[in-house]
Design a protein around this ligand. Structure first.
Ligand code: PAF
Length: 280
């Protein structure tokens, strides 16, 4: 299966096929095992799978981050083919998704895009929502697959679907981790070997929070995690927070009736790494 730069070619191809369900796995390339899990799940659930590879400029609030984002299109295509040799690969030219000037649409997402990551990357989720909505509109997939490493992104997209009445069901897939616990991310490719190993502290700190939650105040946990990162020196803690898992609103005290989730963002030698886990 070759890759297509224009959605019209894919739509033409789909017209000729008989299928009951179409799945979409949107990616920005530089694929890792987290992505292969998404493609695997999509291929199991759906008769036809589209994998898009598009480095979406409107979701990058920092131009240097965009320029430095790892890219490996040939390798990505090999990876996809290994998982599903029949997957349809969409590698669009920018003009297939954006007219000029390239900019994000403005969505009212009830503020879910403005908290946690949204505070640190202003406009990021508007860029994500723009490209994801365009992919949904182009292909009308029945299902779309996203990883829980970007948990807030999943909630943003669910909000987008609800508010704009899009007919696609989201399937969220558990975070895939490296052997040391570090969440798989394309950004891990930017880390040197030692930093990539030491970055296990990110997941470890989330696990510590999970252990502490029932017997400690949230302020004590936050203090502990803050101190932990001050000691490591190698990693700058950008934020650590404990929130209710649907509204993503911060909670101040433990309440067994609420489902809580911890989120963290850390900078390692200029590379931003995020992670999150369910606390119970
Ligand atoms: O999660 C990502 O890789 C991106 O945010 C996505 C969903 C492909 C949109 O560009």
């Amino acid at each position: 299966m070759r890759s297509f730069n224009h959605s019209s070619e894919i739509l033409r191809l789909l017209k000729k096929k008989e299928y009951k369900s179409l799945g979409l796995v949107p990616t920005m390339g530089s694929l890792h095992e987290g992505h292969t899990k998404l493609i695997e799940k999509c291929s199991m659930k759906c008769d036809e799978t589209i994998v898009s590879i598009f480095l979406n400029p409107t979701q990058f609030t920092n131009k240097i981050d965009l320029v430095n984002y790892p890219q490996s299109i040939k390798k990505d295509i090999q990876i996809i083919k290994k998982v599903n040799k029949n997957a349809i690969i969409y590698t669009p030219v920018v003009s297939d998704l954006y007219s000029s000037p390239v900019k994000a649409e403005v969505f009212d997402l009830d503020g879910i895009d403005k908290i946690i990551e949204g505070k640190f990357r202003k406009g990021h989720f508007q860029g994500v929502a723009t490209v994801v909505k365009r992919l949904f509109k182009k292909f009308s997939p029945d299902f779309a697959f996203f990883g829980e490493k970007d948990y807030q992104q999943i909630l943003v997209i669910e909000k987008l679907i609800k508010k704009y009445d899009l007919k696609v069901k989201i399937k969220s897939v558990l975070t895939v981790r490296e052997e040391n616990g570090l969440a798989m991310s394309s950004r891990n490719f930017l880390l040197d070997k030692e930093t990539r190993y030491d970055a296990k502290i990110i997941y470890e700190s989330l696990c510590i929070a999970k252990k502490m939650i029932k017997t400690n105040d949230i302020s004590q946990i936050k203090f502990f995690i803050g101190e932990l990162f001050l000691m490591t020196k190698k990693f700058d803690l950008e934020y650590f927070c404990i929130v209710e898992n649907r509204s993503l609103k911060e909670v101040k005290s433990f309440n067994s009736k609420l489902k809580l989730r911890a989120f963290i963002s850390v900078k390692a030698k200029g590379v931003r790494l995020i992670d999150n886990i369910a606390l119970f």
